[in-house]
Design a protein around this ligand. Structure first.
Ligand code: PMP
Length: 368
């Protein structure tokens, strides 16, 4: 293979990136894939037809750059989020990017960077420290309680003492599933002197009100990050967004690449949003399935962390990597998130969940 004599070690890579590992959820061709928290239901035929027609219309203009500010898409997102949260939002409050990962990266580029500190309460979403590393933002991992909830008093004290430029609060938290109540969020935002990002990738699955409801009182430091990858069943379309004060959106213009959202992405996302009611119809079903998976795992003797999202962290395994392999060997791909004794499973269709639970029963008998 051309270039196979070139080694990573020999490249003049930034010293601070040497030895780091990339994000790496395995993408394996397995019958039951419950490892990346996607919506298991494919888009309905009407949505596919609408996306196709929208892409065809956009294709006629592909010789031109897309709308750099994605105004129509942001207006649609503002309408959705206003309906979802009851908070009146406009285009100026919304910003969109290629997945919420890109949103988070733009936020770190604008508010983090060399000489700046970001804090997250771990275990949490593994991309937060990776994006911090890529933007040269110092990352301080702060602890959660043994039950994986945030100790709000201790967290508020830590934020006041360390005074991070950026604080990440993931609610519901991936991979543990718990969320924060608005009054807890408000206390933490009050304690943090810098910007606070509430990562709400799984908000639609939660019983708690969105942090968007705090924008009126805490808009000077609050950024709420969202995605169409989960509840909206649009992971392949790559569309994340945030809600914040218009000045925050202005700040991100300084770091975003021009035309970052392709005309095809914008058209497909808008078409998908037109079918929000149908797509989000799956959320109630997934929540009910989540509760069923939790109770069946518990009945089988597993220790299950209560979840407000579309995934469940469970254990305990003497050897979690070995148990992960045992699930895979039986055709069920779940996730080893690196937490000792625990594995994470995404809620799938009832049939997929049955297949998972069946294997969970077998494995429990073998390894626990
Ligand atoms: N935040 C959290 C908490 C996540 O779990 C994920 C996806 N796993 C993301 C953000 C990023 O998702 P996307 O880039 O697809 O929007």
């Amino acid at each position: 293979m051309v270039g196979s004599d070139v080694t990573l070690d020999a490249l003049p890579l930034r010293d601070d990136l040497r030895g780091k590992s990339p994000y790496g959820a395995p993408q394996l061709d397995v019958a039951v894939r419950l490892n990346t928290n996607e919506n298991p239901y494919p888009p309905p035929p009407e949505l596919v037809a609408d996306v196709t027609a929208a892409a065809a219309a956009a294709a006629a203009d592909l010789h031109r750059y897309p709308d750099r500010d994605a105004v129509a898409l942001r207006a649609d997102l503002a309408a959705y989020l206003t309906a979802d949260t009851g908070v009146p939002l406009t285009t100026a409050n919304l910003w969109a990017a290629n997945g919420s990962n890109e949103i988070l990266q733009q936020v770190m580029q604008a508010f983090g960077g060399p000489g700046r500190l970001a804090v997250g309460f771990e275990p949490s979403y593994s991309m937060h420290p990776i994006i911090a590393a890529g933007t040269r933002t110092e990352w301080l991992p702060a602890p959660r309680r043994a039950d994986f909830a945030i100790d709000v008093d201790a967290a508020a004290a830590l934020l006041a003492e360390r005074a991070p430029d950026l604080t990440f609060l993931t609610s519901p938290n991936n991979p543990t599933g718990q969320s924060l109540e608005p009054d807890e969020l408000a206390r933490l935002i009050d304690a943090a002197p810098g910007m606070v990002v509430v990562d709400e990738a799984y908000a639609e699955f939660s019983d708690r009100p969105s942090a968007v409801t705090l924008l009126g009182t805490h808009g000077h430091k609050l950024i709420v990050s969202r995605t169409m990858s989960k509840a909206f069943a649009f992971a392949g379309g790559r569309l994340g967004y945030l809600a914040a004060a218009p000045a925050v959106v202005d700040a991100l213009q300084l770091v975003r690449l021009p035309y970052h959202l392709s005309a095809l992405t914008q058209a497909a996302a808008r078409a998908s949003l037109r079918h929000a009611a149908a797509t989000l119809g799956s959320v109630a079903l997934l929540r009910a399935e989540r509760d069923r998976v939790v109770s069946e795992l518990a009945a089988a003797g597993y220790d299950v962390v209560p979840s407000d999202a579309n995934f469940v962290l469970f254990g305990r395994f003497a050897d979690a990597p070995r148990a992960w392999r045992a699930f895979l060997d039986r055709g069920v791909l779940i996730r080893d998130v690196g937490i000792p004794e625990r594995l994470r499973v995404t809620i799938g269709t009832p049939e997929e969940n049955d297949a998972f639970l069946q294997v969970a029963l077998e494995i429990n008998a073998e390894t626990n």
